[in-house]
Design a protein around this ligand. Structure first.
Ligand code: AMP
Ligand code: GLY
Length: 423
């Protein structure tokens, strides 16, 4: 089989790595890919939003299966374009990717189908939002409706911050048209858990849990980022939590989408918060998480291509999804300054230390090849990942492994997985 993966970050590197284990696959392409991916796949210089070019490439190369890792192309309708061209592609169609593409849509869906989430109100008029915020309880959460690189969520401690937030999102349009609609949401407290799942339109199979670290600095200080590190499983995702989510959240979401005429096939990523009143959905994503995927896929026993195909064919109920009884930790090595200003183009040394080292991975997020050398090419550079027999061992292995590579302005958090000690 020939497979094309669309995207070029650490998530796609992990997906390509896992697809490369499949017995069914003899050739992998990745568009656009990165330096790490190019060791496993042939990278193609086509952007993830160039749907027609990608479809033409898939036809020309007789690609059997295309896997889309990123949110923007999914929300933009890449799957519909591939299907129109008679190509098999894994991911939700545009009318289903709205589950991630519009927070106002997903909040309305949850309320309509009794899926537990925070109270909220949607606004399309800034003055009305401000009026509402005059008498709200603080802290409160403001969310740009559309995609905003994970940066469209503002936690406002005071009324003044909230007024400023409305201006930023709705009037100054810092996140563009993503801020045409604003979701004002109740502030919840609790531990956050990421749960990824495969969905075939009617059946849902839950993968193992993970926890992300979104803030740039230790102790959850600093700005929100795409994610600075992850661990899996989450010790806070207990049997009780799992039972609650199975009863009130997972199947309900899939059925709700089907009832709305928006059959969902692909990955649903549940961003959960475990409040004292039980789990609540903070957000949905319509794709694998980054860097959750880097800790989830190395623990997965199945041939992932079987799962992609079963989701497309609607035969997921026949597959038993299995994970190793171990743990994994990913520590993101970033360019100092991320998520704000940072420099790139610095040579990365030591990557060869990961070759043939079982259970250790240097997943490339922002790298490229320049004059035969691997150089930094983004804010998040490498997801250094290690497995271990338990979370503490995996964490210690991952931090040891961060010492194997170096580049100028290398930055990481030193407390990824600190919560493990509190479990
Ligand atoms: P989201 O992009 O919706 O996952 O939001 C990004 C981050 O903002 C989440 O991971 C949470 O840390 C925080 N957040 C979002 N919604 C809420 C909420 N209702 N209460 C508290 N924190 C929230
Ligand atoms: N790590 C969070 C995300 O992928 O959205």
């Amino acid at each position: 089989m020939k497979v094309l993966v669309v995207g070029g970050g650490g998530r796609e590197h992990a997906i390509v790595w896992k697809v490369a284990q499949s017995k069914k696959v003899d050739k992998i392409y990745c568009a656009p890919g990165n330096a790490g991916i190019s060791e496993l796949a042939e990278c193609v210089d086509i952007g993830a939003m160039e749907f027609d070019k990608l479809a033409a490439f898939a036809k020309e190369k007789e690609i059997d299966l295309t896997i889309v890792g990123m949110d923007d192309p999914l929300v933009g309708g890449i799957i519909d374009v591939f299907e129109k061209n008679g190509l098999r592609a894994f991911g939700p169609r545009k009318n289903a990717a709205i589950l991630e593409g519009s927070k106002a849509f997903s909040k309305d869906l949850m309320i309509k189908y009794n899926i537990p989430t925070a109270d909220y109100k949607n606004f399309t008029d800034a003055e009305e939002a401000k009026k509402y915020l005059e008498t709200s309880k603080y802290p409160i959460v403001l969310k740009a409706d559309g995609l905003a690189l994970g940066k469209g969520v503002l936690i406002c401690k005071t009324k003044e911050e909230a007024m400023e937030g409305v201006k930023t999102i709705m009037q100054d349009k810092q996140f563009g048209s993503a801020g045409d609609t604003l979701v004002v949401e109740e502030f919840l407290t609790g531990r956050e858990v990421s749960v990824l799942s495969f969905v075939d339109g009617k059946t849902i199979k839950i993968m193992t849990s993970a926890q992300d670290h979104k803030r740039a600095k230790d102790n959850d200080e600093g700005l929100n980022t795409g994610g600075m590190g992850t661990f899996s499983p989450s010790p806070f995702y207990t049997k009780e939590v799992d039972e609650f989510c199975k009863k009130y959240i997972y199947k309900q979401t899939v059925e709700a989408m089907a009832k709305e005429g928006r059959e969902f096939k692909g990955i649903i990523f549940f961003g959960l918060i475990l409040t004292k009143d039980g789990p609540r959905v903070l957000e949905y994503n319509a794709r694998f998480g980054d860097p959750e995927t880097q800790v989830v896929l190395p623990r997965m026993k199945n041939d992932i291509v079987d799962l992609f195909e079963a989701c497309i064919d609607g035969t997921l109920e026949n597959i038993e999804l299995e994970f190793e009884d171990n743990a994994a930790v990913c520590v993101m090595l970033a360019s100092d300054g991320y998520p704000e200003k940072y420099e790139k183009g610095f040579e990365i040394t030591g990557l060869e230390n990961f070759k043939g080292k079982d259970g250790y991975f240097a997943f490339h997020s922002g790298t490229k090849l320049k004059d035969g050398k691997v150089v930094t090419n983004g804010g998040r550079v490498l997801g250094i990942t290690a497995t271990g027999e338990n979370l503490k061992q995996a964490r210690s292995n991952a931090y040891e492994a961060t010492k194997l590579v170096d580049f100028k302005n290398k930055y990481m958090r030193n407390d990824i997985g600190k919560a493990i000690d509190e479990a």
